[in-house]
Design a protein. Structure first.
Length: 335
């Protein structure tokens, strides 16, 4: 089968590799589509702890091609979405239902071969049957699962005001979830006019180009700040601005992934005096099924978030586009 193989930092090629065979408790899935994620860019750059050589790709849907022994409830021909988080369910954190901090954590497309390939072997417990009318929208299930976990962390109340930095696919998922969860207003900040127009189409009250006048413009709309500010950029500069726009007793959700070496200067007194809550949100925690059901049930607008559908051979170009911020929407590799 053909697969994308990263053999070291900056070294990616499309190669003919052996097709996986299912072990006990596994199924082999014929990949229909796999989303291109910033994590894949970090793996290629050597900034993510994935073993080389590796086959990346973790936002995937497909059709079961073969099942191994001991697999019940799934069969060849079933359409499935793939939860990439493989946890032990027996360590200290798993036993507290905090599987995203599993001490034996693995990931399809990270520490395990992923879905930038024609076929991928997956533990059957990580496969979720679906009836998506357009399978390619399934590449957004895993990102939405992450977003839902972030909102579980933030515990937004009905009627609160929300500000989102970043109008890429993840920011637009946050926008839609916040609106469905009962936000009174959702405003969005981004540098890209096309992304901002899409945010407006999907229900943002106001959109703002992130610049020197952004804070003044946003404060004119919400003089006291916002109850919940979500950063979906991973930019320290955006985080600094975001923190300044949190209402007293409000929350900042740090959702975007900053580089490990990034630093942000924060006044401890300001956090104390303004009674602020700063939250992180890592990966997913039993939110994959909820995300799939929301998409399967047509609760969110998914099609506008999916951009180009590219063959596997175009993955290196797609990763470069994501790294440079040249794609307004989610890119999907269709092997």
């Amino acid at each position: 089968m053909m697969a994308a193989v990263i053999r070291g930092p900056g070294r990616i090629s499309i190669e003919d590799v052996p097709r996986p065979n299912p072990r006990a408790g596994e199924a082999v899935v014929k990949v229909q589509a796999c989303g291109v994620c910033g994590t894949d860019v970090h793996i290629l750059a050597g900034e993510f702890p994935a073993p080389y050589p590796c086959i990346p790709g973790h936002e995937a849907v497909g059709i079961i091609d073969e099942v191994g022994s001991g697999v019940n409830g799934l069969k060849a021909g079933d359409a499935v979405a793939i939860d990439p988080a493989v946890t032990c369910n027996s360590c200290y954190f798993c036993l507290q239902n905090k599987q995203n901090h599993c001490e034996n954590w693995n990931a399809i497309g990270g520490s395990m071969p992923g879905a930038y390939a024609e076929f991928v072997a997956v533990p059957a417990s990580n496969l979720y049957p679906n009836s998506l009318p357009d399978p390619v929208t399934g590449v957004l299930v895993e990102p939405l699962a992450c977003v839902l976990y972030g909102h579980e962390r933030a515990r937004m109340s009905i009627g609160e005001s929300v500000l989102i930095f970043g109008a890429g696919p993840v920011g637009l998922l946050h926008l839609q979830v916040a609106r469905r969860a009962g936000a009174s207003v959702v405003d969005v900040v981004d540098l890209n006019p096309a992304r901002l127009e899409l945010a407006r189409t999907l229900g943002a009250r106001n959109v703002t180009a992130n610049g020197e006048s952004a804070v003044e413009e946003l404060r004119s709309r919400e003089p006291r700040g916002y109850d919940l500010v979500i950063d979906a950029t991973g930019s320290p500069r955006a985080l600094k601005t975001a923190l300044a726009l949190v209402k007293n007793s409000g929350k900042l959700l740090m959702f975007g992934v900053c580089a490990q070496g990034d630093r942000l200067v924060i006044s401890p007194y300001d956090i104390y005096r303004r009674d602020l809550t700063i939250l992180g949100s890592f990966s997913i925690r039993r939110t994959f099924l909820a995300a799939l059901r929301m998409i399967d049930g047509g609760q969110l607008e998914m099609s506008p978030l999916v951009g180009e559908r590219l063959p596997l051979a175009d993955l290196p170009r797609a990763l470069e586009m994501v790294a440079r911020g040249q794609s307004d929407r989610k890119l999907a590799i269709v092997p």
